[in-house]
Ligand binder design. Structure first.
Ligand code: PLP
Ligand code: 3DJ
Length: 402
C-alpha cells in the first residue's frame, strides 16, 4: 500500500462527516469494471440519491396523490411547499427564513432575478454586466433580459468587474463558482463593489450552495438563484430557487407574474396584484413530486454544518491535488482550479490533451467525473458522501489511464 493510501485511511478514520455516506445510495448496482471500485466525482452535475428519497416520494405518490388527491393541496402541505422548502435551503446559504422560494429551473429564475434587478435599479441605468466565463444559460438569458428591458449586456472578466461597474450599470450577474475552472469568486467584495456603484447584484449559486458557506444576508446580497440537483442532491431536474432579499421584496416586480404569485390566487381576478414575501417569486403550479424528492434529500443536512462540509471539501481537493501530483506523469495535466483556498470551489478541473477520451476511459473504470469542452477533466467533490480513499483511488486510476 502506498503512503498516500495509508494517509487516506487515516484521514477517513478521523473524518466526522464519514457516517453521512450511509445516507446515500452509492455503487449498489454499478456495472463498472470489477478491478476498480466506483468513485462518484460528478456530484457537481447530479448529486447522488439520498436513501430517504424513494420512500418519501412513494408515499407522496401513493397516499397523498393516490388517496387524498386534491385534498393534498391543503392537507399534505402541497400549497406551501415552495416556501417551506425554501426555508430548508435558507440556512445552507446564510439566509433568514422568508426570502427563498423553490420552483422552476435555474434558467427561469435567472430571468426573474435579472429583470427584477433591472427594474429595482430604476431609471437611467441601461447596462447588465455578466461574468465573462458564465455558464452559458445565464449569458443567454441575460442577453434576452437586456433586449426586453432596453439594456445592453456586457461580458466582463471577473478580475476587472469592480472597475467595469459604473453609473449606467443596472445589474450584475455573477456565477459564485465558475463551472469550468472551479474558481470561487469573492462574493463579499464583489457585492460591495457592485452596490457602491448603485447597481444590484444577482449571484448564481449552482456550484456553491451545499458545498461552502455563502452568507447571502451577512454580505447584503440583493438577489440570488441556484439549482438543487448538484450539492443539494435533489435529483434530476429538481426545482431551482430564487432569493430576493427581504429589503427588496416589496418592490420586486417579477417579469413572470402568475396566478401563484397573486395575492389571492383563487380570486381568479383579471388584474394582477402581487402577493408579499418570497411567494412573489412563484409563477405557476409547483412541481410537487420533484419537490417531495428535494425535501427528503435536504433531511441529510440535519445537524450538519456547512462550515464542516467546507473544511472537508478543501481537505478532499487538497488531497486529490497532492495525489495527482504524486501519481500522474509530470506535464500530462495542468491544474485549472486555484490552489488558494479562498478562490477554490468544491471541484478540481484539469486541462489535459485528449480529455474527452480520457474521461470516457475513467468512467469505464468506475471513476465518474465529466468532460467540459474543449479540454477539461472536471471532478466534483461532495463531502457528504466522499472519502479520502475514494480520492486516492480516483487519482491512481487517472494516472493509470494517462
Ligand atoms: C452555474 C449554472 N447556472 C445555471 C445552470 C442551468 O440550470 P437549469 O438547467 O436548472 O436551468 C447550470 C447547470 O445546469 C449551472 O451550472
Ligand atoms: N443540469 C444538467 C443536466 O440536466 C444534464 C447534464 C448536466 C447538467 C448540469 O447540471 C451541468 C452543469 N450545470 C455543469 O456545470 O456543467
Amino acid at each position: 500500500m502506498s503512503d498516500l493510501a495509508i494517509r487516506a485511511g487515516e484521514l477517513d478514520a478521523a473524518d466526522e462527516l464519514a457516517k453521512l455516506r450511509e445516507q446515500f445510495v452509492l455503487d449498489a448496482a454499478s456495472d463498472h469494471a470489477a478491478d476498480a471500485a466506483g468513485v462518484y466525482l460528478d456530484g457537481n452535475s447530479l448529486g447522488a440519491l439520498p436513501t430517504a428519497v424513494p420512500a418519501h416520494v412513494a408515499d407522496v405518490v401513493a397516499r397523498e396523490w393516490g388517496q387524498l388527491r386534491i385534498r393534498s393541496w391543503t392537507e399534505s402541505g402541497w400549497w406551501e411547499a415552495p416556501e417551506r422548502i425554501g426555508d430548508l435551503i435558507a440556512p445552507l446559504v446564510g439566509a433568514a427564513p422568508g426570502q427563498i422560494v423553490v420552483g422552476d429551473s435555474t434558467s427561469v429564475n435567472v430571468f426573474k432575478a435579472v429583470v427584477g434587478a433591472v427594474r429595482l435599479a430604476g431609471e437611467g441605468r441601461d447596462e447588465i454586466l455578466v461574468d465573462e466565463g458564465t455558464f452559458p444559460t445565464d449569458g443567454y438569458i441575460a442577453t434576452s433580459a437586456a433586449r426586453m428591458t432596453g439594456c445592453t449586456v456586457r461580458p466582463v472578466p471577473m478580475d476587472s468587474l469592480a472597475d467595469a461597474v459604473g453609473p449606467r450599470t443596472a445589474a450584475v450577474l455573477i456565477n459564485h463558482v465558475d463551472y469550468r475552472s472551479g474558481r470561487l469568486h469573492d462574493l463579499p467584495a464583489l457585492t460591495a463593489a457592485v452596490q457602491a456603484a448603485g447597481a444590484l447584484v444577482v449571484w448564481d449559486l449552482c456550484h456553491s450552495a451545499g458545498a461552502l458557506p455563502v452568507g447571502l444576508d451577512a454580505h447584503g446580497v440583493d438577489l440570488a438563484v441556484g439549482c438543487t440537483y448538484k450539492f443539494l442532491n435533489g435529483g434530476p431536474g429538481a426545482p431551482a430557487y430564487l432569493y430576493v432579499a427581504a429589503r427588496h421584496q416589496a418592490a420586486f416586480d417579477s417579469p413572470l407574474p402568475g396566478w401563484n404569485s397573486h395575492v389571492e390566487p383563487f380570486g381568479m381576478r383579471p388584474e394582477f396584484v402581487p402577493v408579499d414575501g418570497a411567494r412573489r417569486g412563484r409563477v405557476g403550479t409547483p412541481d410537487i413530486l420533484s419537490m417531495a424528492a428535494l425535501e427528503a434529500a435536504l433531511g441529510v443536512w440535519d445537524g450538519v454544518s456547512v462550515e464542516a462540509v467546507r473544511a472537508k471539501s478543501l481537505a478532499l481537493t487538497d488531497f486529490f491535488l497532492e495525489c495527482v501530483q504524486a501519481y500522474v506523469p509530470a506535464g500530462r495535466v495542468t491544474v485549472l482550479t486555484p490552489l488558494d483556498h479562498a478562490a477554490r470551489g468544491s471541484q478540481v478541473a484539469l486541462r489535459c490533451a485528449d480529455a474527452s477520451a480520457v474521461m470516457e476511459e475513467l468512467i469505464r473504470r468506475g471513476v465518474v467525473g465529466d468532460f467540459r469542452a474543449p479540454d477539461v477533466l472536471r471532478f466534483g467533490f461532495t463531502p457528504l458522501y466522499l472519502g479520502f480513499a475514494d480520492v486516492e483511488r480516483a487519482a491512481r486510476v487517472l494516472a493509470e489511464v494517462l
